[in-house]
Design a protein around this ligand. Structure first.
Ligand code: NAP
Length: 245
């Protein structure tokens, strides 16, 4: 298929922060390929909202933790959209919180596999195309939990700290190929992931200098900014209301 518009691939694009990123990028004229794992209705809704912005959009069911599935999905995306893939946003993520003394091995493994290996898989399979295209932009979603640590989240904070190392090494390795790689570290953002935190009952919210949770759009603004810059790479941009300053 002939190359059309530039394309952005957004993992976890069906809901929450990823959906907002997909919609923003569609508004900017990117064709959108979203990757999700379990909720076809939400994915279809995001695709249809992107299409209303007069761009091509398609959802791909794919577990980002799987090396093979991500390889095949990227091949499908290139077949459907052409090779003009300009941006990758590694946003898919999960939590399986628990105290270290009680954490199940499977909860450690699944969080590291989805959050950290998932980003590796996507970059691994797209990097050759970015190199061939002589350019590309990658934004990985980390977390303040990865910068500061968080009791009850050793698996999640380890995965998100890993994203920082992955981001900086990718940035150094691919800089000569005109590929930038940055990370965004959100604080508490109102999505399904944080639905158990409310602004009246959580002690945690008192730790936010700006005094409120963030919205998915606050994170999407930072992602769009980093994707737009040709001269920022290896950066970790906090979007956290001041928590980790
Ligand atoms: P969310 O509302 O729970 O959405 C998660 C998204 O990831 C969904 O689209 C989900 O797809 C997808 N996903 C989950 N596991 C996947 C897998 N194995 N393969 C492919 N897709 C998968 O989460 P969110 O709050 O928007 O979070 C987005 C990112 O921001 C995550 O990396 C999260 O760690 C990070 N973050 C969030 C916050 C926050 O306060 N919300 C703070 C810091 C960092 P389905 O719809 O198919 O399940």
């Amino acid at each position: 298929m002939a190359d059309g518009n530039r394309t952005a691939v957004v993992t976890g694009g069906s809901r929450g922060i990823g959906r907002e990123v997909a919609l923003r990028l569609a508004s900017l004229g990117y064709d959108i390929a979203i990757v999700y794992v379990g909720d076809p209705a939400e994915a279809a809704d995001t695709v249809s909202e992107c299409e209303k912005k007069n761009v091509k959009a398609k959802a791909y069911i794919c577990n980002v933790a799987s090396f093979e599935e991500t390889k095949n999905t990227i091949a499908e995306i290139v077949k459907d959209f052409g090779s003009n893939i300009a941006a990758l946003v590694n946003n898919a993520g999960i939590t399986r919180d628990g105290l270290i003394a009680m954490m199940k091995e499977e909860d450690w493994d699944s969080v590291i596999s989805v959050n950290l290996k998932g980003a590796f898989n996507m970059i691994r399979h797209l990097s050759r195309l970015f190199i061939k295209n002589k350019g590309g932009r990658i934004v990985n979603i980390s977390s303040v939990s990865g910068l500061m640590g968080n009791a009850g989240q050793i698996n999640y904070s380890a995965s998100k700290a890993g994203i920082v190392g992955l981001t900086k090494s990718t940035a150094r390795e691919l800089a000569a190929k005109n590929v930038t790689c940055n990370a965004v570290a959100p604080g508490f953002i109102r999505t399904d992931m944080t639905k158990n935190i409310t602004e009246d009952n959580s002690e945690l919210l008192r730790t936010i200098p700006l005094g409120r949770m963030g919205e998915a759009g606050d994170v999407a603004d930072a992602v769009v900014f980093l994707l737009s810059s040709p001269y920022i790479t290896g950066e970790v941009l906090r979007v956290d209301g001041g928590i980790a300053m």
